[in-house]
Design a protein around this ligand. Structure first.
Ligand code: C5P
Length: 231
């Protein structure tokens, strides 16, 4: 089974994360572990989870530092064999090359402009180009430096697909009708994201918020999303 959903395990609680995997593993095989979980529990707990459930790891650390420091950071987590490891595309080509050299068997995933940015908030930081143009420039530079996957908003997926046929495109910021948008500013449905060229959609709260109701509600939300993508 290969599912286009990457479930974001955004929790500090190991047993909650384990429960979310257990409940969803019939229909999902990629799980995203980010800073919230990693900073609390570290490499050893993630290793245990991987051993227990045997899933593909999307390690979302969004690294951003000088090349040598990023290389050291990647070496420190290389043992986890992440399929995807995120770094900020804004860190530049030398940083991305360093990251790639330290993870020869994994995909360095360049995160372009965060999906929580509006055009105004982005311009207020001094960026002179639009979000779309910036994503294009950063994605090209990251791909040239060796990144083999890109995180962008679904709005930029089609444009990135034109830059490269082979790059893996991963889009967070997806919501189905009726979902709370939360802090995301540029959202689209999973179906539209995939139609636009995304290989995977990262979904967190749309799915995990259902867990408060019941495991069945969470499973049924996953089925609804998968059906919406496949129809
Ligand atoms: O709950 P929600 O579906 O909004 O979660 C989206 C996940 O994707 C979060 O874990 C967030 O850190 C991540 N992400 C994002 N935007 C990016 C990169 C990653 O929302 N540009």
């Amino acid at each position: 089974m290969s599912s286009p959903i990457i479930l974001a395990l955004d929790t500090k609680d190991v047993e909650v994360a384990a429960n979310w995997i257990e409940i969803s593993r019939d229909s999902i095989n990629h799980y995203k572990i980010g800073l919230e979980f990693f900073l609390k529990h570290g490499v050893s707990t993630i290793k245990e989870l991987k051993k227990r459930f045997d899933f593909e790891l999307f390690l979302d650390l969004k690294l951003y530092d000088i090349p040598n420091t990023v290389k050291g950071a990647v070496e420190s987590i290389a043992d986890l064999s992440p399929k995807f490891l995120t770094v900020h595309a804004a860190g530049g080509a030398a940083m991305i090359k360093s990251a790639c050299s330290a993870l020869p068997n994994g995909s360095i995933t360049a995160v372009t402009v965060l999906t929580s940015f509006t055009e105004d908030a982005f311009a207020n930081l001094g960026y002179k180009s639009s979000i779309e143009n910036t994503v294009k420039m950063w994605a090209k530079s990251a791909i040239d430096a060796g990144a083999t996957s890109i995180v962008c908003s679904p709005f930029e997926a089609a444009m990135i697909r034109q830059i490269s046929d082979s790059i893996t495109i991963i889009t967070p910021g997806v919501r189905v009708e009726g979902d709370d948008v939360g802090d995301q500013a540029r959202v689209m449905t999973p179906k539209m994201a995939i139609t636009n060229g995304a290989d995977f959609v990262v979904i967190g709260r749309s799915i995990t918020s259902q867990w408060n109701e019941s495991a069945t509600a969470m499973q049924s939300k996953i089925s609804t999303i998968l059906e919406s993508i496949n129809n």
